[in-house]
Design a protein around this ligand. Structure first.
Ligand code: AMP
Length: 200
């Protein structure tokens, strides 16, 4: 009998669109794109060519990886959709997020701004509602996301979020640890939510 099939095929990356981001974040995004390609994992991302989004997609594409971009039509110009990768143009932000969710087995959060925050908070809130059990890994260079984790903990300490929520994501501070962390995540415990669920 051969090895079990790899359940991880597509990884969605949420990250910033700013060109002014710290160059080390842009380099890390590109490095992650290359690592996904090398691991044979398809990148699913927001379809733009700018900031960390563009760096991740170019890194994956240039290393021979598969890339799927999903972008709303009103952002095609503003976020400079990349024409060298497969890109689906949708009508709204909501459609974009739903399609990104449905096309990915796992999620990586790189440094980003308000758009990235919105995406990850929605993803984790779906997790909180047992709508999915897909792995979520934050890349946390220089403690970039630590204040967000503290805010999550504050809502737990205030008895507004169940403590198990803090186990629904992991955080790493080196790019080379991201894919192993995605693979090491084991949400399929007895009683855990199914890996894919209806999101309407
Ligand atoms: P930012 O982190 O603000 O640079 O945004 C990162 C990405 O998130 C960009 O592609 C934004 O277009 C996207 N974004 C911002 N808000 C939303 C939203 N409500 N739904 C889907 N994507 C969003």
């Amino acid at each position: 009998m051969g090895p079990a099939p790899d359940p991880l095929k597509s990884v969605c990356v949420f990250c910033g669109s700013s060109e002014a981001a710290d160059p080390s974040y842009l380099r890390a995004a590109s490095e992650l794109g290359r690592a996904l390609a090398t691991a044979g994992l398809r990148l699913v991302y927001g379809g733009g060519g700018v900031g960390l989004m563009g760096a991740t997609a170019r890194g994956a594409h240039e290393a021979g990886g598969k890339v799927l971009g999903i972008i709303p039509d009103f952002l095609v110009g503003r976020e400079r959709a990349l024409d060298m990768v497969e890109t689906v143009v949708v009508a709204s932000m909501h459609q974009r997020k739903q399609m990104m969710f449905e096309n990915a087995d796992a999620f990586v959060i790189l440094p980003g701004g308000i758009g990235t925050l919105e995406e990850v908070v929605e993803l984790l809130s779906w997790r909180r509602l047992d709508l999915h059990a897909k792995p979520v890994v934050f890349y946390n260079p220089d403690g970039f996301w630590t204040t967000l984790f503290a805010l999550f903990q504050h809502t737990v300490d205030s008895l507004l979020t169940p403590p198990e929520f803090m186990d629904s994501w992991t955080s790493v501070d080196r790019v080379e640890d991201i894919i192993p962390a995605l693979r090491g995540f084991a949400p399929e415990k007895p009683g855990a939510a199914p890996a894919v669920a209806r999101v309407t």
